[in-house]
Design a protein around this ligand. Structure first.
Ligand code: HEM
Length: 308
């Protein structure tokens, strides 16, 4: 029997394909397997309530968070240029918690779940341990939107520091304020001290653990701080296609909802015991309407069950 996933895309078949594409590592998350759990605080800005009535974003709270690098390989080296960097965080208190998961590219690599499954299947290593490049090239040529993320990563220097990386929530989230007005926003998490980047050669020369060493030393010196920004929609913006950005996204109006300060390293068990669940959003921020978002929560729960 084939060990490769078959059939139409479901959260389970995606998790199986993520595992297979990573070479079936025995333990760990199906995606963003390598990471570090941290803690911090959130302080709301005085403009947050204009955008959302969510108490997760309008009230101060403690934060549980995790920085990670892309892929299902828990041993991946930090100087892998093409690895995405990720940041997951949980804001709020009892009855109004929200989990926000953001990554160092503003788009996802697939528009539909079927396309995501096919993308991953094309990357499952063959018997010798390497994927079939002919198959990958043919898939990319037939599905050009699956190259948007890779092209973005190739065009932007790799982040030197988790603390100096900009992260995007990718999906369009409906946000409702206290007046009952709803509009779509995209989350953009911006390092307060600016971005820190490195050339490709300098990245290769770094030790395999440099991102985590750097994170710990910056936490100790108190400079891991992010502005939580809401990018505001305009008429005609896509809310369904996660492989494209909104027009002029980098320069459009944005409201700072609040600031996260990372204050300490947590035992990884504090993050590993459960999931950052994209569907966990307190009233005031709704679920994005696209089909990729709809599959995420179930996939994370399946991955959690497998790693237990
Ligand atoms: C815009 C799209 C996406 C983004 C930004 C994203 C981001 C992330 C992040 C940040 C994590 C790490 C969570 C942690 O720190 O514990 C993660 C894990 C994961 N993602 Fe996604 N993801 C996306 C789409 C998807 C989709 C569509 C699926 C499957 C249908 C998926 C499946 C998973 C799984 C299975 C895990 C591991 C969950 C666990 O064991 O805790 N992701 N993702």
């Amino acid at each position: 029997m084939s060990r490769f996933p078959t059939g139409a895309a479901t959260p389970r078949s995606i998790v199986d394909a993520l595992k297979a594409a990573a070479g079936h590592p025995p333990k760990g998350r199906a995606s963003f397997a390598r990471g570090r759990c941290v803690r911090g605080t959130y302080a709301a800005s005085d403009r947050a309530a204009e955008i959302t009535k969510s108490r997760s974003f309008t009230k101060p709270s403690r934060v549980l968070a995790r920085f990670s690098v892309g892929g299902g390989n828990p041993e991946v080296a930090d100087n892998d240029k093409y690895g995405l960097r990720c940041f997951s965080f949980r804001l709020g208190g009892d009855g109004y918690r929200s989990d926000i998961l953001v990554q160092s590219a503003p788009m996802h690599f697939a528009r539909t779940l079927d396309q995501m499954l096919a993308f991953l299947k094309a990357r499952i290593p063959r018997r010798g341990g390497k994927p079939d490049m002919t198959k990958i090239r043919a898939f990319s040529a037939a599905n050009p939107e699956t190259q948007h993320q890779a092209n973005y990563i190739a065009a932007h220097p790799p982040p030197l520091s988790f603390a100096g990386t900009t992260y995007w929530g990718v999906h369009a989230f409906p946000a409702t304020n206290a007046k009952g007005e709803t509009r779509f926003i995209k989350f953009k998490i911006v390092p307060a001290g600016g971005e820190v980047t490195l050339t490709e050669d300098a990245t290769k020369a770094k030790p395999a653990d440099f991102l985590y060493d750097d994170l710990e030393s910056r936490i100790t010196s108190g400079d891991v701080r992010f502005n939580v920004m809401a990018l505001l929609d305009r008429p005609g913006d896509s809310t369904m296609d996660v492989t494209i950005r909104w027009p002029d996204e980098d320069h459009r109006e944005a409201v700072r909802l609040g600031t996260i300060v990372i204050t300490g390293v947590e035992a990884n068990e504090a993050c590993d015991a459960s999931i950052f669940d994209p569907a966990n959003l307190a009233e005031g921020i709704g679920h994005p309407p696209d089909e990729i978002f709809a599959a995420r929560s179930a996939a994370y729960a399946i991955s959690l069950a497998k790693r237990r």
